[in-house]
Design a binder for this molecule. Structure first.
Ligand SMILES: [Zn+2]
Ligand SMILES: [Zn+2]
Length: 141
């Protein structure tokens, strides 16, 4: 996928978000890095490139993106919030060894039905925890 600043700018404007330099760079980063980064990871990766960046501006921007539906927060690890640019409903696998959060391409039968035991489903947040296949190959149990 080719990502350029023009399409990033369009995405922001379509959502009614003013495309400031900070916002453009954070969305660009999220588009390129689909490993579900934390706010701290985003700050660390961009602080050199965007000298005006502060932790507060990262948090504020992520909040705006969340409200406008540009990303989903993930609470898998129980400690830090991770951010997912992929807002389509999908499951995750969290590796307890390497702390990676991996997208899973599996279908949830209930989600397809739109209801579970009489309750209407509007969102899906499913995850598994364990040891990822890369860590298994390296001999982790
Ligand atoms: Zn792993
Ligand atoms: Zn994901």
């Amino acid at each position: 996928m080719i990502i350029n600043m023009e399409s990033i700018k369009n995405t922001l404007q379509e959502k009614g978000i003013k495309p400031t330099y900070v916002r453009l760079n954070i969305l660009d980063y999220l588009e390129r890095n689909r490993f579900h980064p934390t706010a701290e990871a985003i700050f660390k990766s961009l602080e050199k490139k965007v000298p005006t960046l502060s932790r507060t501006s990262v948090y504020n921007t992520l909040n705006i993106f969340k409200e406008k539906g540009l990303l989903n927060p993930l609470f898998i690890t129980g400690s830090e919030v991770h951010f997912d640019r992929n807002t389509a409903p999908h499951h995750h696998f969290f590796c307890k060894k390497c702390k990676k959060i991996i997208d899973l391409d599996i279908k949830c039968a209930y989600f397809k039905e739109g209801e579970v035991e009489g309750h209407k489903i509007t969102e899906l947040h499913g995850y598994f925890k364990g040891i990822c296949k890369d860590c298994l190959k390296k001999g982790s149990k």
